[in-house]
Design a binder for this molecule. Sequence first.
Ligand code: HEM
Length: 366
Amino acid sequence: PVYKGNFLKYPGWYVTGYQEAVAILKDNRFQTRIPFPETTKKYKALMEIQQHMMLFKNPPDHARLRMLVSRHFTPAIIETFRPNIEKIAHNLLDEIKNNNKIDVISDFAFPFASLVIAKIIGIPDDDKNMFREWALSLIQSIDLTRSRRSIIDGNKTTVKMLAFFKDLILIRRQSPKNDLISELIQQEKDKKLTEEELLATSVLLVIAGHETTVNLISNSLYCILSNRKEHQKLIENPTLIKSAIEECLRYESPTQMIARIASEDVELNKVHIKRGEQVYVLIGAANRDPKQFSNPDVFDITRNPNPHLAFGSGIHFCLGSALARLEAQIAIQVLLQNEINIHPETIKWRKLVGFRAMEEMRGTWG
Ligand code: HEM
């Protein structure tokens, strides 16, 4: 469950056991850190923006940043977006329903997740088309499979995103709206966060709120449609959609790995982790740990309880989990009601380690 490895030349402790993964994620001696702390001009923008993201902050700074936005993402607040999210899904379906063949990722999941997060943050709909390019580039640059080229590319994307958000912030400063970005601008005025933190939070919410949700939607559709018995159960009892999405989160976790660094020597499972050593928590593996989940390789939409770690654990537990769940439930329901079929032979998985993500999955109707 905890072993020392040097996967892809990343030396560190690789954690595959469920209990061990929870222990590490809940222990603040294991800290988060930006993925590329090297000082080089070529990654400067990427490095600097990450330094101000809550995802890479430790106590006490972390709580301050998270608190500024957390009330916007509670299950109760997210539920108020349901009619809007359903409308977005139906409108998109109306647009693509006449096409005989669709690519589930580019024709549905990407535009859907972009429109939703754009609506919540307060980004004009017309601008959401850039999200795909941004998300793909930034995810590639932080995955363990990254190359120097992809990091430089991620840096260029960051420069573009910063320019975009600086313009938007300027517009909203002059005429605030009832949206998250306007509220963050007000908080910056009140000195609750700095301008860098305002920009970093905006970038983080777009990226974190987008790519993983796209993956959850496509992975869920794949899991459900390729398990005839489970699909049938869902058709017969649509109220199972919530537990079905939980099982998809466990079975094909969109985020597969979380990285930490030991801030002091720690004894775990008779293993001695030294200060400064890297720890890679493989949540995809923990979610299939037979000590925690019976028949872990069986996809069972009625699994209960299902305490998967797809959204992490501890202080960095995914801020957007309620939103991601609601989006996936709505998207899958709408796609299934429209009798989508998928063609598994067309699925192209992206070659990433930290994320379970498809590049393409073709579908037809009825
Ligand atoms: C953190 C997964 C959707 C915003 C995390 C973490 C995981 C995760 C595993 C913890 C990272 C760590 O501990 O290092 C997912 C998955 C999603 C999803 C699988 C979709 C299926 C979203 C959405 C949003 C969001 C929709 C926002 C709108 C965040 C933020 C953090 C985070 C801001 C950092 C929280 C912190 O540092 O306190 N997510 N996420 N995520 N997620 Fe998500």
